[in-house]
Ligand binder design. Structure first.
Ligand SMILES: NC(=O)c1ccc[n+]([C@@H]2O[C@H](COP(=O)([O-])OP(=O)(O)OC[C@H]3O[C@@H](n4cnc5c(N)ncnc54)[C@H](OP(=O)(O)O)[C@@H]3O)[C@@H](O)[C@H]2O)c1
Length: 312
């Protein structure tokens, strides 16, 4: 007989890493159009600790207690009514804006998963969803990147940046990536045409007339990036907005967005990963019970590639 509870990492209040609790929680049940996934690996993203801190609650309030984590890879355990595309035993990856990934089981919409490609591990698949779909949408839907154009990608060694670099190269663009010197070899291995160590070089001094900038850093990086864009260029931002008046004065379009699931981006990411043209990199793996340490590592802002939680 199946247990009605499962292990999960939840918060009962907003706060620091100490509010994360590894504990028993109700095992979810798949409703119509949903699947119950046995989670093998869960991705860790900066949004997880931003939600935990409560700094996003004005526009993304949580119902407490809440299980954090959007990304996962695992096995379909059960399917709800009206699900025909998936069956018990299918090995999949995906995500959920309803969260719940830091747990042994998660319930998700059937639209939010894809089959795990044979050429990547569950660990690699578990950290794909948030960063790869965000990168795809930033490069294509918002950056509208064309072959031959030049794109500057900030934080090219991070989760989103790592994929943005590869998608931009696949699109036939000239790609410039920023990171600190310790990440130069990694960022070059992703395919950048040129690398800027932002700790020793002001990127404004090294880039002119870019068609697109993808700012995944926020703070003043977005406003400073306006100077490297040509008139008519596009600043894509996901971690904060630039000075809008300055952008207008320079004739730059600002595309600030939050990733939402689109079938096109999920399919495109799946195909590129399955083809082997795009790869991922997991730098740190923690057991589910050590989600606190995983979030503390993410909060340093120094993650190379992805951090994931091994759940089973
Ligand atoms: N709006 C959305 O839908 C959306 C979706 C996903 C993510 N986000 C946000 O986007 C941001 C990035 O996410 P992520 O998952 O890619 O983060 P991440 O993996 O934690 O990023 C870490 C990377 O940032 C680099 N970095 C830090 N400061 C930098 C700077 N000033 N210039 C260049 N690189 C810098 C670090 O490189 P060094 O160690 O070499 O400095 C490190 O490799 C987060 O704030 C996240 O919350 C938003």
């Amino acid at each position: 007989m199946m247990s009605e509870t499962m292990k999960a990492v939840r918060i009962h209040e907003y706060g620091g890493p100490e509010v994360l609790r590894y504990e028993d929680a109700p095992k979810p049940v798949a409703g119509p159009g949903q699947l119950l996934i046995r989670v093998a690996v869960a991705g860790v993203n900066p949004v997880d600790w931003k939600l935990r801190q409560g700094i996003m609650q004005s526009f993304w309030p949580l119902t407490l207690p809440a299980t954090l984590g959007a990304d996962f890879a695992g096995t379909v355990e059960a399917v709800g009514a009206n699900v025909s595309a998936w069956k018990s035993g299918d090995v999949v990856w995906g995500g959920s804006s309803e969260l719940g990934g830091y747990a042994e089981y998660i319930v998700v919409s059937e639209a939010a998963i894809a089959a795990k490609p044979d050429n990547i591990s569950l660990k690699e698949a578990g950290g794909l969803y948030s960063v790869a779909l965000t990168a795809w949408q930033g490069v294509h839907d918002h950056g509208r990147l064309q072959p031959g154009q030049t794109i500057l990608i900030h934080a090219a060694a991070g989760g989103v940046g790592m994929f943005a670099v590869q998608f931009a190269k696949e699109a036939g663009a000239h790609v410039i990536g920023t990171a600190s010197a310790k990440n130069e070899a990694f960022v070059r291995s992703l395919g950048v045409d040129s690398f800027i160590d932002y700790t020793s070089t002001r990127f404004e001094d090294a880039v002119q007339n870019a068609d697109v900038v993808f700012d995944t850093v926020g703070g003043d990086t977005g406003t400073r990036s306006l100077a490297v864009l040509k008139s008519g260029g596009i600043l894509v931002c996901i971690a904060g907005e630039p000075d809008r008046a300055e952008a207008a004065r320079r004739g730059v379009t600002v595309e600030h967005f939050s990733m939402t699931l689109t079938p096109e981006s999920l399919r495109a990411v799946s195909e590129l990963v399955a083809s082997g043209k795009v790869t991922t990199f997991i730098s740190e793996t923690f057991p589910l019970s050590e989600a606190r340490a995983a979030q503390e590592a993410s909060e340093t802002g120094r993650t190379r590639g992805k951090i994931v939680l091994q759940v089973e």
